[in-house]
Write a protein of this length. Sequence first.
Length: 280
Amino acid sequence: MVEAFIPKSLSECLELLNTHDLKIVAGGTDMLIQNRTHSSLPIGYKGDVLYISQIEELKNIYEDNQFVYIGAGATLETIMENLSVSKLLRETILEMASPAIRHTATLAGNIANASPAGDSLVSLYLLDAEVELKSLTNTRRMFVKDFIYGVRKINLEKNEMITKIIIPKLKFSHAYFKKVGPRLSDAISKLSFSGAYLVELGRIIDFRVAFGAVNIYVVRSPGLELKIIGKTVSQLKNQVEEILNWYEPLIKPINDQRSNKNYRKEVSLNLLREFIESLN
Ligand SMILES: Cc1cc2nc3c(=O)[nH]c(=O)nc-3n(C[C@H](O)[C@H](O)[C@H](O)COP(=O)(O)OP(=O)(O)OC[C@H]3O[C@@H](n4cnc5c(N)ncnc54)[C@H](O)[C@@H]3O)c2cc1C
C-alpha cells in the first residue's frame, strides 16, 4: 500500500526524506498526468509520496540586492503576481497552463520535471537562475542548466529537495518570451524562445537568447552571445544572416505528435531574426 506524508515544516520534511524513500509532490500537476491509471479515479502512485504544499516556509518570495529568492512551494500564480520577480519570468509564467493549474503548480515542479518542453526553463536558463538544494545535513546551489542533465534527468540526491529558485537581478533594455503552441497557454509548446538585451548608446552591453523544445535541453550559447556583445546595433543587424547560421547547428528538433522538426527549426530561426531586428 502506498503511504502519503504531509509535513508542516521544512525540518520535518527533510527528516522524512532522510529516512524514507519518497517521491515529492508539490502542486501535483505533472505527477497527476504521469501517474494516472485510466482505470480508476485515484492517482496510481507507484511508491510512497511526500506532499510539500502545506509547508508555509517554502512559499516565501523575497529579495536582496543581487537576487530574488522564490520558495519551492510558491505557486506559479503567486510568482507571477510578485513584482520583485523578473518581468521576463512573470511574462513566461503567464503563457503557462490555465489559471486553475497556475494556482496549484510550482516553478520548482516545472524545473524538477526536466521536460525539454518545460516553458519556464527557457527564461530560467537565460536569466542564469539557480536552485537551492537541501538535505537534512547539507545545502548547495546549482545553476538550473547544470541541475538538469538530460530529459527528465536531474542532479538530485534521494534525500534532497529543491527549496528555492534564485534569480539574479539583471538589467535589460528589453526582454521577451514567445511560445508557439496550438493554443497559447494550457498546451505543451511546439517550441519556445526567450531573448533579452541591454543596449547603451547604441552598443550592445548584454545579449542573450534561449530556445526550448528544439533539443534534449534548452539551447543557449554564452560563447555566441560573447561574440555579439560589444557590437553596435547596426553592425548586429547587418550580420543577421551570419548569426542565424551560427545558431542553426545548435537547433536539433525532433518530429513528434506536436510538430515536425523542419517547422520547429524554421520558426526558431525566424524568432531569432525577429528578435535581432527588434533591437534599438
Ligand atoms: C492542463 C495542464 C497544462 C499544463 N501546461 C503547461 C504549460 O503550458 N507549460 C509547462 O511548462 N508546463 C505545463 N504543464 C505541466 C505542469 O503544470 C508544470 O510542469 C508545473 O510547473 C509542475 O509543477 P507542480 O508543482 O505541479 O509539480 P509536481 O507535479 O508536483 O512535480 C513534478 C516533478 O517535480 C518534482 N518536484 C516537485 N517539487 C519538487 C521539489 N521542491 N524538489 C524536488 N523535486 C520536486 C516531483 O517529484 C515531480 O517529479 C501543464 C500541466 C497540465 C496538467
